[in-house]
Design a protein around this ligand. Structure first.
Ligand SMILES: *Cc1c(COP(=O)(O)O)cnc(C)c1O
Length: 427
């Protein structure tokens, strides 16, 4: 894993000794490497934005969104996509340029739409006809014209966990390409006064190692561009191809460089557009996990060690389901190391258990480790995306702190929650 080193017996991340970080900030602790995020953003600029004209890249905020993350993404020159009023509020408070924000969601509420309209969110990706009318009337009430894309269900089955597969026909997301629904939607968008339809969006799924779903979806969408030009006279200016680029969690994962996806997307768009005689629209990508997933680790301290003779050794840590719901939700696997015993041989087999009152709160089965002691620090790798952002207070456990490391320096970006925080809204 990039940005990691072993010095003495200890595991270093972003130039920082993780054993010292655990002492300084307590555990569980999310540690995010700014250097790593910046490297990924640089790859986006060099291999996509600078390589192809008329392109844009937005970071999918739901992977990990804090004020400091917004500032980093702004400095790196990307936009941000948001999926809720809370995420819109976060980008506003960070002072993020709102014209570079894209608002998604399959059931945006009227309050969320109002917040987006009032704050001039750059693009609203409209999911359905109900939303089109709602948005138009809100925009009208505020005397604004909002630029929109339609989210299309491209009918592509991406081969990933069914909870993160989003492009198949039977999906809660987007407008299906069945019957005349999309023709009617486009006519309505052209008819009404307070939206301007710019083009289409799709997102086929997450954690993909293969570009075939993107290629298939792009072909479907360029055909749609051609059909809609012929049938309703609509010229597509923008095509947003979503995110979903996979990262490394465990052995067997085969992540690809960004350009494996983006070159395929761009070449397919160029080929298909020239086939139909269409001009090439602006192309947008929305990586989330790929930007921040491998940039994060979680530190835990080992407490109880329970040996059930002939059965299993359970090693209890001070976090679990509340800071990492992905283990229970997707049966997700992680690479794990013992931060203070990197030099020791791994001769023991253990199971890492979270501290929640749920049998399903197991962070890792059958892990090979050195001989463990209470107080050892465990590192779960690749926890930058969909961990802090998915964290809960189950069992009234306060959410961990988040720190940012950069070239050997560390700084707090989100404080650890207190018991008082847990009761803040209770009457
Ligand atoms: C979640 C999401 C993304 C980002 O997905 P990743 O797999 O994290 O890259 C992009 N676009 C939309 C619309 C999404 O819902």
């Amino acid at each position: 894993m990039k940005g990691t080193e072993i010095i003495g017996n200890n595991f270093y991340f972003g130039g920082c000794d993780t054993v010292k970080l655990a002492k300084k900030y307590g555990t569980p602790l999310y540690v995010i490497s700014e250097d790593y995020i910046c490297e990924r953003c640089k790859e986006v600029r060099e291999d996509f934005l600078n390589k192809y004209e008329n392109t844009r890249a937005v970071y999918a905020g739901k992977a990990f969104l804090t004020l400091e993350m917004c500032r980093i993404i702004e400095r790196e020159g990307l936009g941000i996509d948001v999926v809720s009023g809370g995420e819109i509020y976060t980008v506003i408070k960070a002072g993020f340029p709102m014209e570079k924000v894209i608002f998604h969601g399959n059931n945006k509420t009227i309050d969320e739409i109002e917040l987006a309209v009032k704050n001039n969110v750059g693009r609203i990706v409209v999911d359905n006809l109900y939303e089109l009318d709602l948005l138009n009337s809100v925009a009208q009430a505020h005397g604004k014209k909002m630029k929109i894309l339609f989210r299309i269900t491209p009918g592509v089955d991406s081969h990933t966990h069914k909870y993160i597969s989003t492009g198949q026909v039977d999906s809660k997301f987007g407008i299906p390409l069945k019957g005349n629904i999309i023709n009617e939607a486009i006519k309505r968008a052209i008819d009404v006064s307070n939206v301007e339809l710019m083009g289409f969006h799709f997102h086929v799924g997450s954690q993909l190692f293969d570009n075939s779903s993107h290629i298939k979806a792009v072909k479907t969408l360029v055909k749609l561009m051609n059909d809609m030009k012929e049938e309703v006279g609509f010229i597509t200016k923008e095509l947003n191809t979503g995110g979903g680029f996979g990262i490394y969690y465990v052995k067997g994962d085969t992540p690809k460089p960004l350009n494996y996806f983006t070159d395929a997307i761009m070449h397919t768009i160029q080929d298909e557009c020239s086939k139909y005689g269409l001009s090439i629209p602006q192309v947008i990508i929305e990586p989330g996990r790929w930007i921040v997933g491998e940039a994060g680790i979680t530190l835990y301290t080992i407490g109880s060690i329970k040996k059930i003779p002939g059965v299993r050794v359970y090693v209890g840590v001070d976090g679990g389901f509340p800071d990492n719901p992905r283990s229970a939700l997707y049966d997700a696997k992680y690479e794990v190391v013992v931060a203070n015993k990197m030099d020791k041989e791994k001769n023991n087999l253990v199971t890492i258990a979270g501290k929640c009152c749920e049998s399903g709160d197991i962070l890792r089965y059958d892990l090979k480790v050195p001989s463990l002691d209470t107080g050892d620090i465990l590192v779960f790798k690749s926890t930058g995306a969909y961990h802090y952002s998915m964290a809960s207070n189950y069992n009234k456990i306060p959410r961990p702190a988040v720190i940012m490391v950069k070239k050997g320096t560390d700084r707090l970006i989100v404080k650890r929650e207190t018991y008082e925080d847990l009761l803040r809204n209770e009457l």
